[in-house]
Design a protein around this ligand. Sequence first.
Ligand SMILES: [Zn+2]
Length: 132
Amino acid sequence: MIQRTRQQPCPCGSGRPFSACCAPLLDGDVAAPTAEALMRSRYSAYALAREDYLLATWHASTRPVSLALHEPPRPRWIGLDIRRHEPQGDARAVVEFVARFRVDGRAHVLHETSRFVREGGRWYYVDGNFAP
Ligand SMILES: [Zn+2]
């Protein structure tokens, strides 16, 4: 896990302090109110190598056993851009985003459209399609 002080800007790029954005979600104090909020918190979890949170917010039907986030080469996550948040009724939503990261100094872009479902009052990541 990578430590971050609560006064630092949130990794998700909201412009808010970590303590007022994704930290309460990562700490389990509150559930993400929307799929977009869950998406942001999962990006922050990738940036901070919080595998526990990523697995806990992954739907059981598609959840991997582990993510090996600490094995090299470790990406450095440098930006998130939410392009679209499309609620589909109360229990489904689609979020399209672009995430930027560096591996060994080389820049990469992940452009994904992710599906989320809500069960028992909590949002879960299901899966995603990559843009070419
Ligand atoms: Zn955040």
